[in-house]
Design a protein around this ligand. Sequence first.
Ligand code: SDX
Length: 421
Amino acid sequence: MADKTAVLSVNGVEVELPVLSGTAGHDVIDIRALVKNGYFTFDPGFVSTASCKSSITYIDGDKGVLLHRGYPIDQLANKSSYLEVSYLLLYGERPTPEQLNEFVGMVSKHTMLNDQLVHLFQGFRRDAHPMAIMCGVVGAMSAFFHDSLDVANPRHREVAAFRLLSKMPTVAAMCYKYNVGQPFMYPQNSLSYAENFLHMMFATPCDDYKPDPIIAKAMDKIFILHADHEQNASTSTVRLAGSSGANPFACIAAGIASLWGPAHGGANEACLNMLEEIGSVDRIDEYVAKAKDKNDPFRLMGFGHRVYKNYDPRATVMRETCHEVLDHLNIQDPLLDVAMRLEKIALEDPYFVEKKLYPNVDFYSGIILKAIGIPTNMFTVIFALSRTVGWIAHWIEMHGDPDNKIGRPRQLYTGADVRDF
Ligand code: SDX
């Protein structure tokens, strides 16, 4: 991996640093030798820093490429299923039909929560944000699974992966039901992953509920498009929490907490709130001006990305799905008109073009979810549900990495020099 070197010359000292190459993307300069030469690197937000080796997902931000184990996201979204993609993320290769069958069977058999956990919901106010509930419930799951908390045991890690993959839709739907004051619906193991989620969300004990196959397919596609995304903020949070040996449920709860931020997974909720605040196409110019105003903290939610300086390939698929769902449900949503107009402006306005601010994955997902009847405050919960398999795949990969050690960044100290008290 290291057939090239970089030479750093500082204060008359020359430090030779190996340059490592991966399968694709940027080479990296291995700076591990720097500290013994008396230097740290400085990179707030880790814009230029690779935190680990990984073979799960590859992103080329300039080309708008997203690969999961080498497979392009648009092919996976249009030809695969969330559970098949989950298998690919966790095990590195596509499952055979038999392997997929067994995997789906295993996931379907662990969808229920321990009945004691159900009481935990009662401790929340009915109007608690569902992300707060989800964070609390997932963190508490470690209190129920003492038999799979040895993070050094690969079998324990696999069991925790199954439990999280199986139970997240149940937890997510229960957060919604708790908010709306309806009884929790038990999972139906005969349904597909997406159908089961829709059933737990919208069925009640009083009516028969049959998930709409078009909506279930769109839901499954939304799960796929959010499944993993390299070393984003929440995945890096899961890795950092996991590096101390914390149990998988605590690590995923940390990932949920990080995802909640409006600059990250909270953007889909913030994006829809923004579209509703704009309200109509004739108010767009006012908001675009606010987004450009350096003195105004307002940003166009659903636009821009740390890595994609070209179109987010997930937004392309999401846009098609958005039109499919709205056409199928025969919904003329004025917010879609606002979104389409906003997208057109962003793709033409010099400010956005120069800063390479394109619609990201969160831009269209909110419109689809709203059309399906999912409330805005549940959007990030669905993002967390989808991203759980990516988080756990990275957590497992980290534990299998011989270079794995506790994450402990250093700092540039700018505080007071030593002084007597
Ligand atoms: C996700 O990392 C991932 O992979 C995340 C994610 C995943 O799948 O895990 O893809 C999911 O989080 C998608 C991003 C969702 N967030 C939003 O939609 C929130 C709105 N976007 C911005 O907050 C912002 O674009 C970020 C946080 C996404 C990226 O910010 P960066 O890379 O740190 O860029 P920056 O903040 O330094 O901005 C660069 C410039 C700045 O102007 P200057 O200071 O250079 O003059 O672009 C401007 C910013 O002011 N800018 C925006 C903008 N985003 C950046 N201006 C207006 N509207 C925006 N949305």
